[in-house]
Design a protein around this ligand. Sequence first.
Ligand code: HT7
Ligand code: ZN
Length: 851
Amino acid sequence: FTARYLKDYRPSEFTINTIDLTFELDDHKTIVTSEMSVTKKSTTANKLTLDGEQLKLIAVFYNNQALAPSDYQLNDDSLTLSIIDCESTIKIITEIDPVNNTSLEGLFKSGGAFCTQCEAEGFRRITYYLDRPDVMARFTTKVIADKTLYPFLLSNGNKVSSGTLDGNFHYVTWEDPFPKPSYLFAVVAGDFDLLTDSYVTSSGRDVRLEIFVDKGNKDKAHHAMASLKHSMRWDEDTFGLEYDLDIYMIVAVDFFNMGAMENKGLNVFNSKFVLADKETATDTDYFNIEAVIAHEYFHNWTGNRVTCRDWFQLSLKEGLTVFRDQQFSADMHSAAVTRIQNVRVLRSQQFAEDAGPMSHPIRPEKVIEMNNFYTLTVYEKGAEVIRMLHTLVGQEQFKQGIDLYFKRFDGQAVTCEDFINAMADAASIDLTLFKRWYSQSGTPLLTVEENFDEQSKEYTLLVKQTNHPTKDQQVKAALHIPIAIELISECGTKAKLLELKSNSEQWHFNDFKTKPIVGFLAGFSAPVKVNFTQSNNDLATIMTKADDEFLRWDAGQKLYVDTIAKLIADENYQIPLQLIDILAVQLKSDSDLALIAEQFTLPNFHELVEQFKPVNPIVLLNAIEQLKTFIAQGLQDEFLAIYKKHADKIYQNHADAIGERAIKNMALSYLMTLSSYHDIAEQQYANSDNMTDSLASLNSAATNGIAAFDTMMASFEKRWSRTALVMDKWFSLQAAYKGNDVFERLTKLSQHPLFSLKNPNRARSLIGAFTHSNPRFFHCSTGKGYQFLADQICKLNDINPQIASRLITSLIQFKDFDKNRQELMKQQLVRISTLSSLSKDLKEKLDAALS
Ligand code: HT7
Ligand code: ZN
């Protein structure tokens, strides 16, 4: 497998102006006919190498002349033709086998429907093509299929003709007026229920909205439709960006490797991010559906109208679009809670990735398998980099930067540098140093020292940045880091924005009578770690006095982390009762209930591993449990009162009700650590009228290993066995069960009639949930947890390499744990590496981890 490098980018020597595709759909022998008009960009170009994988070539025509095999070179991954004329037509006929395509890249079947996934390099599994994002062509697509089995035949753009054919077949032809790269191409054929609506854009154009779902699920698509309309309005209001086609279609499928795909005018979604009603979806599901619908919709401008020159630039569209969806969610809900959730993802997963063997900058420089770079770094850290720009220039100038970006580049495939330059020019600021965020990997560590001169009353803040070497880069340089702070004193609270541009800088502040208390990194203004020792009293002050809600929350998290550090060092450490007093104040604060629930959510295992690595995971888990039980004991009356206050409320779907459920289920999770309250979970499960409450009760039963767990789960299974998305939750709960027989259970579950490794949601719901949500058994000292994961990865290597490669993350980060566990994890990695047909996806990660 050969690596590709950013530095080797060269523009294509050919353009493809138009491509006319015909699909004759069949389970095992789909025939794809492609007719392209091709232009030479330079007269010296005479060989055209098209990408193609897993295709059966039937015929090739050059300027309408059939070619003999001796006229072209055919390899496993390419087809090379001699090009004589400046303008040529090339016709290629290929045959593909969608049913046996379990990788879910290219054309595959999801249930009864045909469906495509072309990003990043899936189009080459459909036909031979210049499968790279900077080759943009006008697509016309004719889809032919059986009329009864596939009444809906969909592709990008506008429907231009349709009709019936002999033998119960029919066809539809679609034309996309916007030139696009092949990764945005899509075809879907199936029998669906259709929810329709319409949207009038700010300039008065009528857009037809269509959501296609499996039969019987139409009632579960209303939230997705409302989310789409909110997204369309928000993008007009915030950035002046309107939708540009007459129709916007979304299709929900059950078999999908990721969340969704922004194909032009025809988004394909994992049904998990479309279908919802109160019985089957949690409040978090509702939130995520809205966010993913928004994300894909926002791509129509940031991704589709202006796309990436090459795949190294992926963060150009993904970082920017994640930032946009985060801003949208913050506007639709509590901005503080939304931000806290973004930060939790970064701290618990992205920081680990950035310190692990696959560490890479948000714009990677070397790639073996592109699918391995749809990462938290490119997406989430990429969004943080855009957020820092936003913080530095402010919303107004940011909007001007976006305007300039579209003015310069609409309809083009460009680079991250082009984006930053547009921002710099619009805001008239120098972003030369800032650009280093794109090429440097790793999480900076800020070390903070403070001094207050009692004589002069001057307060000094000294900040140093350390950028530790990472696997991919030994030498690091200083970054441009915006640091928002609050200075809290008896005169009130002052907010400041500091810009750290070198390894170490200090700032002086006057006008304080006594030493101010600093709230450091308001709003989490940069994706960094902070080393700053503050007393419990200072943290308690920040928790109540900071203006920024993120700072208040973060001060509480620091208190938890400090306590856990002491418990790791000494399991007999006596947690001071002062903690309970501080938390009691917070419990009674007038913040919104969802925020209080966040404040009482302890940093999770993965966030804490990042803090304490290398760590014995069991010692860490014991410390977390000790702290949780201590808080539960100290505040049990208060938790019980909160629980009872909200226990019997009828389900409603608005912010206040969501907050009430959040705080109630937070109280439940504490109470459940005390055995005298175990029957509450059972009662809640029995009385629940919604999935949020049912799942919360089952979750606390699983994680506390309570006796009624199996009875509750049996009833849940009986009720939901025919609802795939709910059964995913059932498998995840089973995988999170903390009981010594968990491995026998996992074996049985992997043989359950509803379990299949071919369905990514199902594979994630059992294997991903076990490795992520059951650290006590995943990391058990026998190594059985690692062995279970490795067994599944070996099977997935052949079925779906992308999913196998995602699931291996928790094994390759073995350096986070103690030496014994490192050895056990490495043994499993070595075992996987000996597979005879190891995929490119796994090989790239294994080589990085084991070298
Ligand atoms: N842009 C989309 C990426 C995506 C994808 C990538 C690889 C393999 C399968 C995939 N499905 C979707 C999703 C997004 O970021 O919006
Ligand atoms: Zn995206």
